[in-house]
Design a protein around this ligand. Structure first.
Ligand SMILES: [Zn+2]
Length: 688
C-alpha cells in the first residue's frame, strides 16, 4: 500500500496528574522520533494529541481537593502541556477533550451510531447514592477489602493488596460522596455490540496485520479468542459529554468512547483539511500507545470507526510495554514514579539526556527497568564519552591543525580506512531509516551511537595530532571526513535528540535545512574552506551526588497505602473476630517465615509503643520495628527466639526502616506473646 500522508496519534494523557517517564518512554518519545524522522523525509505528516479530561478519577480528585473537575483538568492540562514542550515533543496540535469542538465531534459520532440503530439499550441495576441523588461508578464506593481487610478499598480495586473487586464484594460499602450506604437502582445505558465485529476484527487483525508487534498481536488474539461482548458506552455522571439522545438526562459518554475520538477533534482543531487525514484511504494512521490501551485502540476504537463507516483504520499500533522504576512497577498512587516536570527542574537543559536514556532503554518488547545508576552510566559513558567526545575531539583538532576551517579532501591519498568510514556513514543511515520505519527505535539509536564510536576508532587510527607539518594532507583528509561524519551525526541524531542536533548545527554554522533526511549518508555536506565555531561540549557529566539525591527523593516521596499509624502486631487481626476469607495454598506459600533470635532491643524516641529490634536470621541480621514496647521491656526479650515474616516489604516507622514483622499472639486480656518454636533451633530455619 502506498500512502500519501501519515497521521500519528499519541495516547491522550489523563489530566489527573503530571506525566511520568514511563509515559514518555512508552508513547511520546517513540511517537516524536517517528514524526521528526518523517518530517525530515518531507512526508506529509500530522502529529496529534491532547489531554483526556473526562472520567471518574477526575471527578474524585475534584471532590477530594474541594474544587471543580474543570479546575482539576485546567491545572494538569497546563502542567502536562508544558512538560511535553520542554521535552521537545513536537505535536502539531495539543488539544483537550473538554473543548467544544471535541464535545461536538464525539456527540456527533455517538448520534450517527445511534441513528443507525447500532446500540443496544439495556436496563441494569447499579449502586446509587440516595443522599446526593447520583449513580455511583465503582470507584465512588469504598469499603473493607474482603481479601486483606483494608478499610479503604475501592469498588473496583483494593490498592493495598491489588485485588480486583466488584462493589458487591466490599464489606460495609459506603458512598464516597456522602458516606451513606449505597442502594441498587435501575438505570438505562447504551451498549456497543462488539461481538458483531468479532469476525471482521479477526480477519483484519489476525490475518491482515500479522506484521504488528508480537505483544500487540498477542494481546488482540487473546481478546478475540475469548470472545467479545457488548460494552456500555455511556455512564451516569454530570462530568463528560452529554449523551445526545432523548431520555439520557444525567448520562455522559463513557470516557473510552470519547477519548479516541479526541484524535479526530484535535485534527479538526489543527486543520480545515482534517478529513484528508481521517477519511482518505491513502492515509497511514499510526497509534502510539502503552500496553494498557491496546484493547481500546486495536479492538474497540477500530470497531467504532468501522461502524461509523467514514474513517480510515489504523495501519499500525506499535504499543510498548511498561517501564519500571528501580525494579518496581510505577505506582502513581504510591508516588513511585519519576515525574517529568520535576526532572526538568532538577536537570535543566538535560531534556535530551532523558530522551536518550528512555529510548535506549525503551520497553519495546518487554517491561524494562529505569534506574538512576543506568541513567548516569548511559549519559557519562555513551553520550559524553562516545558521541560528545567524538564531536568535541573533531572540533578541537580542526581548530588546532586546520586553521579553524573545513580542510580539503585530497582524493589522491584516500586510503582504505577513509573508504571504510565513508561506507559506514552511508550504510548506517540506511539502517537507521529501516529501523525507524519498522518502529525499532532502540536499534536505530544504537546505530547512531555506534557510528560515532566508529568515528572515535577512525581518529584513533589516523592520529592526526601525531602527524608532522609535511603530512598536512593526511591531517586534512582525516579531519575533513570527521567533520562530514559530524554533519551526518547531526542529521541522524536529530529525531532522537533535537536540542543536541540544533547545538551541532550552531557549531557547524549551517542552517536547519541540512537536517533534511535526503542529506543522510552524504559526505559533502560541509564545504571546504568554511570556517566553523570554536568547540563547545554537547553533554555534561552527571555526578554521583546528583544520582544519590534522585534515589533519595524517590524513596522519600513514596507513599505507603497501608494505614501508616499503627505498627503491625496481632491486635488488628483479633478485632476482626471472624475468620478472614479463605485462601489457597499458593497464597500461604508466598509468605516466607523464618526463625530468628533477638540480638538487641531499643526504645524508639517519641514512640512509646515501639521497640527497634535487631534480629539474627542466621544468614543475615535485620532491623525490625515492632509495636510491643508496652508489653515487654527491652532487657527481658534479648536472646529470645521468634518467628519473623522475612519477605515483607520494608516500611518506615518513625524514620526507621523496618524489614519484616514478628509473629505475636494476643490473649484474652490483650497481652501479647511471642510465637516461637517449642525448643530453640537454628536461626533462619524455615517455618511452614
Ligand atoms: Zn485488599
Amino acid at each position: 500500500m502506498n500512502y500519501n500522508r501519515i497521521l500519528v496519534t499519541a495516547a491522550l494523557p489523563y489530566a489527573n496528574g503530571p506525566v511520568h517517564i514511563g509515559h514518555m518512554a512508552g508513547v511520546y518519545i517513540p511517537a516524536d522520533i517517528y514524526t521528526r524522522y518523517q518530517r525530515a523525509r518531507k512526508r506529509d505528516i500530522k502529529f496529534v494529541c491532547g489531554s483526556d479530561e473526562h472520567g471518574v478519577p477526575i471527578t474524585i480528585r475534584a471532590l477530594k481537593e474541594g474544587i471543580t473537575p474543570q479546575q482539576v483538568v485546567d491545572k494538569y492540562h497546563g502542567i502536562i502541556k508544558d512538560s511535553f514542550e520542554q521535552m521537545g515533543i513536537s505535536f502539531d496540535v495539543y488539544s483537550r477533550t473538554s473543548s467544544p469542538i471535541h464535545h461536538e465531534t464525539a456527540a456527533g459520532f455517538f448520534k450517527k451510531l445511534y441513528d443507525g440503530g447500532l446500540f443496544e439499550e439495556k436496563e441494569t441495576e447499579q449502586f446509587y447514592d440516595e443522599k446526593t441523588g447520583t449513580f455511583l461508578a465503582d470507584r465512588y464506593i469504598t469499603g473493607t477489602c474482603p481479601v486483606c481487610a483494608n478499610p479503604t478499598a475501592y469498588g473496583d480495586q483494593c490498592e493495598r493488596c491489588g485485588s480486583s473487586l466488584s462493589p458487591e464484594q466490599l464489606i460495609n460499602p459506603r458512598s464516597t460522596l456522602s458516606d451513606s450506604v449505597p442502594v441498587k437502582r435501575k438505570t438505562k445505558h447504551w451498549y456497543f455490540p462488539l461481538q458483531d465485529y468479532e469476525a471482521w476484527l479477526k480477519q483484519w487483525i489476525l490475518e491482515d496485520h500479522k506484521e504488528w508487534k508480537a505483544n500487540v498481536y498477542g494481546q488482540c488474539k487473546s481478546w478475540l479468542d475469548n470472545g467479545l461482548q457488548s460494552r456500555a458506552m455511556t455512564r451516569d455522571s454530570n462530568w463528560g459529554i452529554k449523551v445526545p439522545v432523548p431520555g439520557a438526562e444525567g448520562k455522559v459518554l463513557y470516557v473510552w468512547f470519547d477519548a479516541p475520538i479526541g484524535y479526530i477533534s484535535a485534527t479538526k482543531e489543527l486543520t480545515d483539511k482534517w478529513s484528508d487525514y481521517w477519511c482518505g484511504q491513502d492515509t497511514k494512521l499510526v497509534h502510539f500507545i502503552g500496553k494498557d490501551n491496546i484493547v481500546f485502540h486495536c479492538i474497540i476504537f477500530p470497531a467504532m470507526l468501522k461502524a461509523h463507516g467514514n474513517f480510515v483504520l489504523p495501519d499500525n499500533v506499535p504499543a510498548n510495554e511498561f517501564l519500571n522504576i528501580e525494579g518496581e512497577k510505577v505506582s502513581t498512587s504510591r508516588n513511585w514514579a519519576v515525574w517529568v516536570d520535576e526532572y526538568l527542574n532538577d536537570f535543566p537543559g538535560c531534556e535530551d539526556v532523558l530522551r536518550y536514556v528512555l529510548c535506549a532503554n525503551a520497553p519495546e518488547t518487554k517491561d524494562n527497568d529505569f534506574t538512576w545508576k543506568d541513567f548516569q552510566d548511559r549519559n557519562n559513558s555513551e553520550l559524553v564519552s562516545i558521541f560528545g567526545n567524538f564531536v568535541n575531539r573533531t572540533f578541537v583538532l580542526m581548530h588546532k591543525l586546520c586553521g579553524s576551517k573545513v580542510p580539503p579532501l585530497h582524493a589522491e591519498i584516500v586510503d582504505d580506512d577513509d573508504k571504510w568510514l565513508i561506507e559506514e556513514i552511508e550504510s548506517t543511515s540506511k539502517r537507521v531509516e529501516e529501523n525507524i520505519e519498522n518502529y525499532k527505535f532502540r536499534d536505530a539509536l544504537f546505530e547512531v551511537i555506534d557510528l560515532s564510536r566508529k568515528g572515535n576508532q577512525y581518529l584513533q587510527k589516523k592520529e592526526p595530532w601525531k602527524k608532522t607539518k609535511d603530512q598536512q594532507k593526511q591531517i586534512d583528509n582525516a579531519l575533513h571526513l570527521c567533520l562530514q561524519l559530524t554533519a551526518n551525526l547531526a542529521i541522524l541524531i536529530h529525531p532522537f535528540l533535537p536540542t543536541t542536533a540544533k547545538k551541532m548545527l550552531r557549531l557547524m554554522k549551517v542552517v536547519e535545512k541540512m537536517l533534511d533526511w535526503e542529506n543522510a549518508g552524504k559526505v559533502k555536506l560541509l564545504s571546504t574552506g568554511y570556517s566553523l565555531r570554536p568547540p563547545e561540549l554537547l553533554f555534561r557529566k552527571i555526578e554521583d551526588a546528583e544520582i544519590a539525591a534522585q534515589i533519595e527523593k524517590l524513596k522519600a516521596g513514596l507513599i505507603k497505602t497501608e494505614t501508616p499509624t499503627e505498627p503491625q502486631n496481632g491486635k488488628q487481626i483479633m478485632e476482626n473476630a471472624a475468620l478472614k476469607p479463605e485462601i489457597v495454598f499458593d497464597d500461604f506459600a508466598k509468605i516466607d517465615l523464618r526463625t530468628g533470635t533477638i540480638l538487641s532491643a531499643d526504645k524508639v524516641a517519641k514512640a512509646d509503643k515501639l521497640l527497634k529490634l535487631e534480629i539474627d536470621l542466621g544468614f543475615e541480621k535485620r532491623t525490625i520495628v515492632s509495636g510491643i514496647a508496652l508489653h515487654f521491656s527491652p532487657e527481658e526479650i534479648i536472646g529470645k527466639q521468634v518467628v519473623v515474616v522475612a519477605n515483607l516489604a520494608p516500611r518506615k516507622m518513625r524514620g526507621i526502616e523496618s524489614n519484616g514483622m514478628i509473629l505475636m499472639a494476643e490473649d484474652k486480656d490483650g497481652k501479647l506473646h511471642f510465637v516461637k518454636p517449642e525448643n530453640n533451633i537454628d536461626a533462619g530455619a524455615g517455618v511452614s
